[in-house]
Design a protein around this ligand. Structure first.
Ligand SMILES: [Mg+2]
Length: 391
């Protein structure tokens, strides 16, 4: 017999009964105990049995009491107990089940029945143990992955503009960034260069780890294009960004890999009170006195696509107190609400119109709270990014 054979603890005050049971269950590893105290000592030990056959009528503690104690102890509560009873009236049997037993065998033993019941309970126990081991394994793997992604989140957060810097250059603003899976494919980027304030809201293909990888590319490329080369015209930034994405990801016409990003970029010229805007799929919204103007983005991805035409550069004179919003598709695409539907652009824009008069930080709170309310018990389906700036 090997260590892997299931072991059964036989508890009976009758030496004859123990002999019969031992012989009937000779194919298993059996251990015997002649009273409750001995039984408990074995059940609490490191080498605890996989199954217990427990006599009810014994001197000292009876089987019901032993059963209750074993079931209330963390060390032994998982060991299935079959009780052995000479009384096969319903009341005695029910009492055994109430004490926590899983099955019963009546005396005198029918050996075939005994073997069958033991076999069934052992296979259930073995399957349950196997499940426990698998669950433990999954937990360990899951923890490893989550720890790793949470560390990646720290790196990603460090790539985002610092809060102090944002407050200095955009006195009234809010940013709502809610990744779906710890790390995010949505990101924002801000830079002040050549008297222009460049603000970027981007949504990389996918979410989670692949999205986050792409976002790190995005941040690096924007540093290159705007920070190093000093390009401030939004359309020109996206033209360049598209070329670099295609080149560095080796995208070719008809190739499978079309990863890239949707993006909206504004460049604010405070001296002349002009906003320039260009976008790939993501529009710009401007709200002035309860009226919304929508500046449409081009429907060309920042990746290999059907067209390589230049992006459109919009020039928008602004007034003090205008509210501008940049956002990814995550918020309007979220399922929820009374009919479990997407909020849609219309719902999202109405929300902005209804609340644009509030100070920006307060709007941020409102949009966060509304999102939670709308989502309800649904899962978040995409990364969410909304940026609001009051001019
Ligand atoms: Mg998205």
């Amino acid at each position: 017999m090997t260590q892997l054979d299931p072991s059964i603890l036989l508890v009976d005050d009758s030496a004859v009964n123990l002999e019969i049971l031992k012989e009937a269950l000779a194919r298993y590893n059996t251990i015997t105990a002649s009273n409750g105290d001995e039984a408990m000592e074995i059940a609490f030990s490191r080498e605890k049995p996989d199954l217990i056959l427990l006599d009810i009528v014994m001197p000292g503690m009876n089987g019901y009491e032993v059963c209750r104690i074993l079931k209330n102890n963390d060390l032994s509560k998982d060991i299935p107990i079959i009780f052995i009873t000479g009384q096969n009236d319903s009341e005695s049997i029910l009492k055994g089940f109430e004490a926590g037993a899983i099955d019963y065998i009546t005396k005198p033993f029918n050996i075939m029945e005994l073997k069958a019941r033991v076999k069934t309970q052992l296979s259930i126990k073995m399957a349950r143990d196997q499940n426990q081991r698998l669950i433990q394994k999954i937990r360990t793997v899951n923890k490893k992955l989550t720890d790793s992604i949470e560390y990646a989140q720290k790196i990603q957060n460090a790539s985002l503009p610092h809060e102090d810097f944002l407050n200095k250059i955009m006195p009234e603003h809010f940013i709502m960034l809610r990744p779906r899976d710890i790390v995010s494919g949505d990101f924002y980027w801000v830079e002040e260069t050549n008297n222009k304030l460049i603000i970027v809201a981007a949504d990389c293909t996918g979410h989670g780890v692949p999205g986050a990888f792409m976002s790190m590319y995005g941040v690096a490329y924007l540093h290159e294009i705007v920070g190093k080369n000093g390009i401030t015209q939004p359309a020109e930034i996206i033209n360049k960004l598209r070329r670099i994405v295609i080149e560095s990801l080796k995208q070719e016409e008809g190739s499978e890999v079309k990863d890239g990003m949707d993006i909206s970029i504004i460049s604010i010229d405070k001296t002349n009170k002009v906003i320039e805007f260009a976008g790939a799929f993501n529009d710009l919204l401007l709200v002035r006195n309860k009226e919304m103007q929508i500046f449409q983005a081009d429907h060309m991805p920042v990746s290999i696509g059907e067209s390589d035409k230049p992006y459109t550069n919009h020039t928008i004179p602004y007034q003090d107190n205008d509210c501008v919003y940049l956002y990814s598709d995550g918020y309007p695409s979220q399922f929820g609400g009374p009919n479990d539907k997407k909020l849609m652009q219309k719902g999202f824009r109405n929300l902005l119109l209804d609340n644009h008069q509030y100070p920006m930080p307060q709007q941020g709170d409102i949009f966060n709270k509304f999102f939670d309310m709308w989502k309800g018990i649904n899962d978040q389906i995409d990364d969410v990014l909304v940026m609001g700036i009051r001019m």
